[in-house]
Design a protein around this ligand. Structure first.
Ligand code: ZN
Ligand code: FE
Length: 265
């Protein structure tokens, strides 16, 4: 069998859909739109063999029904078990929960499911040890993290810590190109972080040339993403200097203060 490849499919203004294929069969992560996926499948003669969903937002599931219609044969749709049970994502055929291992037979590809609530209450992520890759939807972004629409800061912090515990070489396949604005904010939060300054310059150049900055890598995120650095004394000091943090400097309070600042940045 040919080795697996991961293909980026841009959609809407700034979404990335991720297609994993072996030159014959393919699975798609978070197909918010069907048309660009269908075009790629057609162009490269690929058979769609599965769909992975991280959460229920329309820019992540909007194309699912159409892809199922055009597939011709029934294909498995993986997604949060809670959303299958509640009917929030009615197209899910395989409800997944934390720690579960799933195998996509057509690709002989294995994923471990992580519950990562925060952006939504039922958000999940898919980690592939074989590909050293994490598909994390709107949880961890390159240089940032998702907004807390349904979860608490404590939940999101715990979810991000779960991700932070993966091998440092893990490639981070998030669902949006938000990196430059995330890093602009990160620089305000941690102005003396040299690695961050270097990353900001590189990303500024890449975006100027229309180059994608995703996937990222976990070790780079650990060094430069303020949402993974709530214990950093420099971040705590900056928050205090800017009157964004009063009293407790425990990790949840620091994380909540950084998230709140970003919401209004
Ligand atoms: Zn979302
Ligand atoms: Fe999204």
């Amino acid at each position: 069998m040919k080795p697996l490849q991961i293909q980026q499919i841009p959609a809407f203004d700034d979404n990335y859909l991720w297609l994993i294929h072996n030159s014959q069969n393919a699975i798609i992560v978070d197909p918010g739109d069907a048309a660009p996926v269908q075009a790629y499948l057609h162009q490269h003669n690929l058979q769609l063999s599965g769909i992975l969903i991280t959460h229920h937002h329309p820019d992540h599931i909007g194309g699912v029904a159409e892809l199922l219609r055009s597939a011709g044969t029934p294909i498995p749709v993986y997604g949060p078990r809670a959303d299958q049970q509640s009917g929030r994502i009615p197209t899910i055929t395989h409800g997944c929960q934390d720690g579960e291992s799933i195998t996509i037979d057509a690709l002989a590809c294995r994923f471990t499911v992580l519950d990562v609530p925060g952006h939504t209450s039922t958000h999940i992520a898919y980690y592939s040890p074989d590909l050293s890759s994490l598909f994390c939807g709107d949880t961890l972004f390159a240089g940032g993290c998702g907004r807390l629409f349904e979860g608490t800061p404590a939940q999101m912090l715990a979810s991000l810590k779960k991700i932070a515990a993966l091998p440092a070489s893990t490639a981070i396949y998030c669902a949006h190109e938000y990196t430059l604005s995330n890093l602009r904010f990160a620089r305000a939060v941690e102005p003396d972080n040299a690695r961050l300054a270097e990353r900001f310059n590189r990303v500024t150049e890449q975006r100027g040339q229309g180059i994608s900055t995703v996937p990222s890598q976990l070790d780079l995120e650990l060094q430069t993403n303020p949402f993974l650095r709530s214990a950093s004394p420099d971040i705590i000091r900056t928050l205090q200097l800017n009157n964004k943090l009063s009293g407790n400097a425990d990790e949840v309070s620091v994380f909540a203060a950084v998230r709140e600042w970003k919401n209004n940045f």
